[in-house]
Design a protein around this ligand. Sequence first.
Ligand code: NAI
Ligand code: CS2
Length: 474
Amino acid sequence: MIPRLSEATLDSLPADVVRFGYDRRRTQAGVVHLGIGAFHRAHQAAIFDSLLEGDPRWAVRGASLRSPGVRDQMMPQDGLYALVVREGDAEQVRVIGAVRDVLVAPEDPAALVEVLAAPETRIVTLTVTEKGYRPDPGETGLAAPRTAAGFIAAGLARRRERGLAPFAALSCDNLPDNGAHLRAAVLAAAERDDPALRDWIADRVAFPKTMVDRIVPATDPADVDALARRIGLVDEAMVKAEPFLQWVIEDFPGERPDFESAGVQMTADVAPWEDAKLRLLNGAHSAIAYLGGLAGISFVDDFVADPAGRAYVEALWDEAQETLSPPPGLDPLAYRAALMRRFANAALQHRTRQIAMDGSQKLPQRLLAPIAERLKRGLPVEALALAVAGWIRWQSGRTDEGEAFTVDDPLAGETTKLLAPHGDPAAQVRAILTLEIFPPALRENSRFVDVVTRQLTRLAKSGARQAILQFARD
Ligand code: NAI
Ligand code: CS2
């Protein structure tokens, strides 16, 4: 049997595996991370791992707010895991030592509150997906929190009682103005039980906005097997990623790592970075997910390997780009060219189905915001509208070939109810636009309704492969 990666087997790693040089026993856990999925392990934890080489304060205690899966993968390995960075034929394997511990909140909520209140905790980071910021009707209050915001409020309440300075809370989810979303959710959780705590948090706690970027597909069992062959150890917690990594953080007061030394950009204004990333990278990703998914295309690189797919993505970017105010240092054309290369990275095997998840929570910032801006300026929105039509068609749970799948979306029940009674695209569009995710400015805009109906009709008649051909270039 192949042994497992752990402290005990570290020394058996092949020489070309990159390893941390710091002494894990001398580190302090200055960071608590909520939602320890693949992305945290390939992005923030990799940055903290680099920072630990010069400053022992920034080790991470991770927490899962839902299932024990990641704890059960990581803790038999002493929290160690490999970050496998792939591009084309090149592969780098790096073992990350930054994660000291993983807690499972539903098993012991009090333990997580205690960790958040620990004097050494200076920063709390979060990747709880876009839907993790929605109010949870099951939230029971500060005594037994369930949501990320509830835990943060409870941890801050205890710090306040103990006279400890608060931590800064950094959302690393793909939401526009993610700091403000998190702040609002935490203030609401605090106010419910303790209005004075709400005021203390409002005065004292930093919720910096952040823009995060690195494509991190979910790990497949085949990735674990390939890594075991490569390093001679089984690593159930490995993650795979592209080489590109960007983290832009709104500068904040209080104790923080020397982020800049690890390549993080600290800035006064994250918004233009965020808009460019959400509308160009994520907007195209969602379009590829729905149109590609309907056409039976499993991976992002396959979509852009087809000249028609590339031409469609360029048409979508032409539309989205005109709605941006790029920050100094971001050349939109160079950014787009780099994105196309990133999407074409066949070694990642990034599934369109993964990106299609939770579309109702992604559409507003990725597609609807640039559409609203263009309509205000009287500009056409054909390519963006085709992506929205693709999402609507996706909600019916069948590909163009008739293959059934489960729609993974917190609003899936509602969208099924809205769409089911209608066979024709015009009625489907009218029904779906009643969802709260569509702002009144769009819902009541006849140009928007018409163009989405036209694109949905085309999808229903000829399928996604044909529909993207309207954007073909010579
Ligand atoms: P993952 O599926 O590996 O992990 C998701 C994590 O979120 C898990 O810990 C899960 O328990 C937690 N979660 C899900 N719903 C939740 C809820 N309602 N409340 C609390 N926790 C919840 O996914 P991954 O790849 O780690 O991505 C997570 C998020 O990170 C994305 O939704 C996105 O906002 C952000 N992100 C991901 C990137 C990627 O390429 N994977 C890149 C940039 C940002
Ligand atoms: C993707 C993102 O799953 C999705 O919705 O669009 O997670 C994307 O991979 C990242 O934002 C890249 O930084």
